[in-house]
Write a protein that binds this ligand. Structure first.
Ligand code: ADP
Length: 474
């Protein structure tokens, strides 16, 4: 069996509970063949200029898996991570051209770090390794490896959405990014919608040939690329174990006690403009106006974990949220009831299932999201006898799997969203159970292990010869 090598921006020790479902799933696949996980250490070196060529790769053994990480200089970190990844690719891939900063220096850093990754990874590789590259930070990695002579089977999974060609083509280097994807043997997306966007781009912009006429094998730049959608899931077993452990059950008990006479709504997100948090608060304000029976009864707990706060757009959203939550509490609050409890913090993963389970409704209402795992975690944490209801944005990747049984909303329409929240709050028990059971079936069937297996099986099926080993430096 070939060894699996995973490459991602960050590397997590899968033995730690805070690592989350993805780390656990990858670790399962990595453990099987004594794999390698390669990425940035998270450490920034206080030195001038690019990361030195002789920078050291740190090797740690985590069970059967080798974790290989390297530090980056401040300059590289700023251009590759804060710059090109998070101020160009993140906003544009979430359809936010207005927030993109196309500073010409960023792409150089992005490419330089991908080249450094390739040079540092190559000596660690064995001939028959299978390489799985994750996410938008590392799009050019396969091209850089091929330029150094790698003939490995290499797959790429994009964890965030892919926008339609009209938006993607606004990136100054879009042709280069698209060509870079053709250095892979397989590229996987979260949703059919993302896959269609890629296929559309491949046909009209890259003039690629659709090999079988079904949009699954594309020929361009001397290579054949397979594409498919693999919607990511959660690790249901790992999540169940968390949900039944002490921290989560204690959290549940405390919340039920505190909110015994109230209807609890919950939002759990990273603080990010893609999550539609101000829109969510405005819809909740609209709920209180249009359906005043919720006054003194409904409380929204919104937890927003700090993330990438050195990027300007995040400071703006933070201030907007604080002011919205403050004014809603000022306008509607009573001595013994506040409509919104907004917390800017990360909640311990061990306690999250307890909070989810205590809530009657979850508001998962991003403006755009690759998948959104909170939607799946919320459903998995519910008591099947008395489950809560998922209110889900039509712009989350999860909608393709959960459309029939979640309450769908358009986050830009606060009036309709308020009415949908009211509908969710008033849903009779029998219907809640029915919807929950069907959602849970899907979550169990398409869990993170299914995702991992399907991707790796498809990658194994990609015929390396047919892909074409030749790769000209771009
Ligand atoms: P994204 O990857 O864009 O942050 P997802 O919903 O797909 O969005 O994944 C988020 C993960 O992070 C979930 O596993 C969720 O439980 C966790 N998470 C999100 N917000 C918080 C928070 N405020 N505190 C703790 N964990 C969080």
């Amino acid at each position: 069996m070939a060894r699996l090598v995973c490459v991602s921006n960050r590397v997590a020790d899968p033995r730690k509970t805070e690592a989350g479902g993805l780390a656990v799933a990858l670790s399962g696949a990595l453990q099987a063949g004594g794999g390698l996980w390669f990425g940035w250490s998270g450490k920034v070196l206080d030195i001038e200029g690019p990361t030195p060529e002789d920078t050291h790769v740190h090797l740690h053994q985590a069970g059967n898996v080798t974790l290989a990480t390297l530090d980056l200089s401040q300059w590289d970190h700023d251009a590759y991570y804060l710059g090109y990844s998070n101020a160009v690719l993140w906003p544009v891939f979430h359809y936010r051209l207005d927030l993109a900063d196309f500073d010409a220096g960023y792409i150089e850093g992005y490419r330089r770090v991908n080249q450094l990754f390739a040079r540092k990874l190559l000596p660690l590789l064995r001939e028959d390794d299978v390489i799985w590259v994750h996410d938008y930070h590392l799009i050019p990695l396969a091209g850089e490896l091929r330029a150094l002579g790698s003939r490995h089977r290499i797959g790429f999974f994009l964890h965030i959405p892919l926008p339609p060609p009209q938006i993607f083509a606004a990136i100054p280097a879009h042709e280069w990014l698209a060509r870079s994807l053709f250095a892979y043997d397989l590229v996987g997306f979260q949703s059919e919608a993302d896959l269609q966007h890629f296929n559309h781009y491949a046909a009209i912009e890259a003039h690629a040939e659709d090999r079988d006429g079904d949009g699954r094998r594309w020929r361009a730049f001397g290579r054949t690329l397979r594409t498919a959608a693999f919607p990511i899931g959660i690790d249901v077993e790992e999540f169940d174990a968390l949900a039944t452990a002490h921290d989560a059950t204690e959290m549940y008990r405390r919340m039920r006690e505190e909110y015994s006479r109230r209807q609890l709504l919950v939002g759990v997100d990273r603080l990010d403009y893609s999550k539609g948090l101000p829109h969510r608060l405005r819809a909740f304000r609209e709920l209180l106006r249009r359906h005043p029976d919720n006054i003194r009864r409904a409380t929204l707990i919104q937890i927003a974990a700090p993330s990438r706060e050195s990027v300007d757009a995040y400071g703006d959203i933070l201030r907007e949220l604080e002011s919205l939550a403050g004014s809603m509490n000022g306008d509607f609050g009573e001595l013994d009831w506040m409509p919104v409890r907004y917390m800017h913090r990360t909640m311990a993963r061990r306690r999250l299932p307890g909070l989810y389970r205590a809530a009657r409704v979850a508001l998962v209402t991003p403006l755009r999201d690759g998948m959104n795992l909170v939607a799946k975690e919320f459903v998995a944490a519910q008591d099947p006898e008395d489950p809560g209801v998922l209110v889900l944005s039509r712009f989350a990747g999860a909608v393709e799997q959960m459309r029939a049984d979640a309450v769908l909303v358009n986050p830009y329409d606060s009036t309709a969203m308020a009415d949908a929240i009211q509908f969710a709050l008033q849903m009779p028990l029998a219907e809640r159970r029915r919807r929950h059971e069907r959602l849970m079936d899907g979550i169990r069937r398409f869990d993170v292990h299914w995702w991992c297996r399907s991707f790796l099986d498809e990658l194994a099926a990609a015929d390396a010869e047919e892909s074409g080993p030749d790769w000209l430096r771009l």
